[in-house]
Design a protein around this ligand. Sequence first.
Ligand SMILES: Cc1cc2nc3c(=O)[nH]c(=O)nc-3n(C[C@H](O)[C@H](O)[C@H](O)COP(=O)(O)O)c2cc1C
Length: 276
Amino acid sequence: MKIKKVWQIYFSPTRTTKKIVTTLGDEISADLRTEPEEYDFTLPKMRESFPDISPDELVIFGMPTYAGRLPNLMLKYLDTIEGNGALAVPVVTFGNRAFDNSLIELRNILESHGFHTIAAGAFSCEHSFSTELGAYRPDWEDEEETKEFARRIAERLSAGDYDRLAASSPIQVPGDPEAGYYQPRDRKGNFIDIRKVKPVTGPRCVNCGVCVRVCPLGAIDPSDVTSIKGVCMKCNACVKRCTKGAKYFEDKGYLYHKEELEAMYGWQRAENQVFL
Ligand SMILES: Cc1cc2nc3c(=O)[nH]c(=O)nc-3n(C[C@H](O)[C@H](O)[C@H](O)COP(=O)(O)O)c2cc1C
């Protein structure tokens, strides 16, 4: 069997996961001489459905790591996806700390929804909360590593006894699917609860509405962009995509956690990890 299409499917509020998934998908498509197709389920409208996947297609499926797992507010949508026996590559991104248990969680979700996972990757990117932690990643070095990973996947597929590949799934990845969420703590070990924290809007706001359009939860009121009526997942799409710097967090616990992360992990360049 020949792969007819390479899907690039992702959730990506600050666009780093999109970069990794599309780089992978474009490179594999070029090597296999097939067409890539993108499905971005970051915005609520796109989560009303899921594309029809055929068994002769390959799916690169990307999600960011939130608190060591997948973003929990996306789990309901992930329960509606269907792979119909297609091959898949689960991909997670993380912000220079660790991906902990997000990759195994994504692999298990894909396997339980009819995908055969044949390779997997975890890529370190700029942290949603920060512009210092993993700054500017994915950079050219990450791009080279991503393309090399893509070439190895394409090689397997073109050499490929497709049925044997499918039968070898699931791909082995590290992590504990039963583990809880990573919990930020202060220096005394007390839990910092940022679950209810929301960004504020400063005087630089020109009411352009970009924050309303990029919010994955549709939480910002279009008639008053300073009002965040719905749940906020702290994805930072509104913060990083506001060209005026008008949206930001000023909650003390949130800022403390961000600064702790920068102090603890800012010095390192976390490695990407691939499995195949
Ligand atoms: C709520 C939240 C929790 C996060 N938790 C982690 C984490 O546990 N480990 C880590 O290394 N990065 C963590 N990150 C950083 C993201 O995984 C990382 O920045 C990712 O590349 C964002 O993907 P995106 O650009 O596609 O939105 C977290 C980000 C958010 C918003």
